[in-house]
Design a protein around this ligand. Sequence first.
Ligand code: NDP
Length: 300
Amino acid sequence: MSGDIETTARILDGKSLAGEIRADLTRRVAAHRAAGRRAPGLAVVLVGDDPASVVYVRNKRRACLEVGIAARDVDRPAGTSQASLEALIDELNADPDVDGILIQMPLPAHLAAQSLLDRIDPARDVDGFHPINAGRLLLGTPGLAPCTPLGIMALLDRAQIPIDGKRAVVIGRSNIVGKPMALMLLARNATVTICHSRTPDLAKTVREGDIVVAAVGRAEMVRGDWIKPGAAVIDVGMNRDAAGKLVGDVAFAEASRVAAAITPVPGGVGPMTIAMLLSNILASYESRLELAGRGDLRSS
Ligand code: NDP
C-alpha cells in the first residue's frame, strides 16, 4: 500500500505480535523447567487497594502465569511506612527466586516513590525505571529498558519500517515512555524531535515525522492532517472518550487515511508492553542463570 491519501494504512497488530512473543517465551521457560531449573519469578508489590492498580496487577500476574513465570503478589496496606517498604525491597532483592520486582504505581501520597524505585536491584528492575538502567539506555550499554518503548521498537521492526536516517517525532517526554522512546530511536539512527506541552505549533512539527509516536494521554489529539503522508504512526495513549470507550492519542480514522502504518487502540502498543515485561523477566532470569553457573538455579 502506498501513502496515497485515499488508501488505508497497514494496521500494526500488537496483539498478534505479542502472542507470538509470548509463545516463544513459553517455550523458553518450558525448556528451562525441563532441564530441572526453577521457574523465573516476579514479585509485584501493591500498596493499598486502588481499584485500577488491582486490575493491572491481576493482568500482569495472569500474563506471567500463562508463560510459566511464577508471579508472587506482595500486598501491603495503604498506611505502610516508607521504612517497612524499604525493608521489603531489600528482602526481595536478596531472594534468589526473584528475578523481577515491580512496584505498582501510583503509591499512596505519603510514600517517596522514586526512592523506592531506586532501591530495587538494577538487575531485577524489569520495568527499566532504575537510574542505573536509565543511564545505560542513555549510554547505549546493555541493561533492562522500559517495556512500552521496547514493544514499539519490536512492532516497528516486525513491520520492517525503516528507522535509520528517518525523522522521528515523539510527543511526550515522560521517563517511562517519551524519553526512553526517543533514546531508542536515536540509537537506531533516526533524527529525533521530542515534543511536549510547551512545544509551539505541534502539528507542524508532527508533520515532519516519518515515524510519529504519540504518548500524551489526550484523547484523539493528533489529527489526520498532522500526519505526513506515508508516515508510521504509533499511538501509546490510553484514554476514555465521553462514551467510556478506550481511545488513543491519535484520531485513528483520520490518521489511517494518511499514514502508511498505524497501531490501533486497543490491540497495538498495550499488548506489546506486557509482552516486553515478560521478556525482561526472562532476560533477568537467564542472566542470573549465567552468573550463577547453570546448576545454581535448580529447584531443590
Ligand atoms: P505523562 O502524563 O507522564 O506524560 C505526558 C506527556 O505528554 C508529557 O510529557 C506532557 O508534556 C505531554 N503533553 C501533555 N499535553 C500535551 C499537549 N497538549 N501537547 C503536547 N504534549 C503534551 O504520560 P505517560 O508518558 O505516562 O503516558 C502517556 C499516555 O500513554 C497515557 O495515555 C498513558 O495511559 C499511556 N500509556 C500507555 C501504555 C501502554 O502500554 N499502552 C504504557 C504507558 C502509558 P509536559 O512534560 O510538558 O507536561
